[in-house]
Design a protein around this ligand. Structure first.
Ligand code: PLP
Length: 340
């Protein structure tokens, strides 16, 4: 029985074509900045977003943490949503790496307004922490892959400019948002000062994220990446997979969204499910009433070769990705309908 892994969209295996691209990649030493495949990937990503420069890093955590470090000084405050990955899932890195504290906005979906930002900007007074950064996440992982609309992005971008604060985007799943929306990568490049995108989520590369910004920001980020131990040598092997992912795997993200909708219909019919969160992209979060159901549900799926993980005592998340086939959808449906 083929194992089906729905724990995350990070679990995908590189396709044969991607592996060939990696195998054939010309290589150098990226700490000396002469790996041609890394340089090509960085140029490609910077062009895609209309940014001056890009930096290839090992992970989305690393790109976010470098950005926070470069934008802030110890004792500063950044504004972000209570759902955000930088706050919940980066090991306290905001404090650990940058000595910065987070001022949270509490929303139902990770999407906030200029007013909610402005209420949290500290005035210039020695008693207060200096507000120095605003962070947006799109799509919002913990909120079930919710998607920022163009209008809302324009509003926060305008607000950040008026308040003279840099605006950073955690775009781990930005391309999921883009294929489902009416904005382009160039729009995103205009709205945000700095952008993190991940190649190893829905885009199917084995490793890698990119940080985008202007030349001086990326120059400083390169220094911080080295300090964080993130300088890689023949990284072109990985960058080639990233180039392949950006070229071939963006449009197909729509399939993952369709698959998510199809399974959501089935889940909505399951009496044992208490609540299904809004599911605009590839992540489907649902809850049981009683925590005792969760391990039984996971065991029932495991017995049918489907790997799941809980994301809370009563919460399960299905992540749809490029290794989920039509037949797999039937397997998921059968497992859902046969659970008692
Ligand atoms: C929204 C978001 N940002 C950042 C990350 C971190 O990415 P990585 O696992 O590559 O460190 C993730 C990981 O799932 C994520 O969902």
């Amino acid at each position: 029985m083929k194992l089906l892994d729905l724990r995350s969209d990070t679990v995908t295996q590189p396709s044969e074509a991607m592996r060939n691209a990696m195998f054939n990649a010309p290589l150098g030493d990226d700490v000396f900045e002469d790996d041609p495949s890394v340089n090509a990937l960085e140029n490609m990503a910077a062009d895609l977003f209309g940014k001056e420069a890009a930096l290839f890093c090992s992970s989305g955590t690393q790109t976010n943490q470098i950005a926070i470090k470069v934008h802030t000084r110890p004792g500063d405050e950044l504004i972000c949503d209570g759902f955000s990955h930088i706050y919940n899932y980066e090991g306290g890195g905001i404090a650990f790496n940058s000595g910065v504290q987070a001022r949270l906005i509490h929303t139902k979906d990770g999407i906030f307004s200029p007013d909610e930002i402005r209420e949290r900007i500290n005035s210039d007074n020695v008693h207060f922490s200096r507000t120095s950064l605003i962070c947006v996440e799109n799509t919002v992982n913990k909120a079930g892959g919710s998607i920022w609309s163009k209008e809302k992005l324009e509003l926060v971008s305008q607000c950040a400019k008026e308040e003279n604060l840099p605006l950073h985007l955690d775009g781990a799943r930005l391309f999921n948002a883009i294929v489902a929306s009416n904005y382009t990568t160039k729009d995103i490049g205009r709205y945000f000062d700095t952008i993190s995108i991940c190649l190893s989520k829905g885009l199917g590369a084995p490793v890698g994220s990119l940080l985008l910004g202007d030349k001086s920001f990326i120059k400083e980020s390169r220094r911080i990446r080295k300090v964080f131990g993130g300088g890689m040598r023949q990284a072109g092997l990985l960058a080639a997979a990233g180039q392949y992912a950006l070229t071939h795997n963006i449009d197909r993200l729509k399939n993952d969204h369709e698959n998510c909708q199809k399974i959501a219909h089935v889940i909505n019919e399951c009496k044992y499910v208490h609540e299904v969160l809004p599911h605009a992209s590839n992540l489907l979060i649902f809850k049981f009433k009683d925590a005792s159901v969760t391990p039984r549900f996971i065991a029932h799926f495991a017995a049918q070769g489907i790997k799941l993980v809980s994301s809370g005592p009563t919460t399960i998340r299905f992540a749809f990705h490029l290794d989920v086939t039509e037949i797999d959808l039937l397997r998921i449906e059968n497992a859902l309908r046969s659970f008692v």
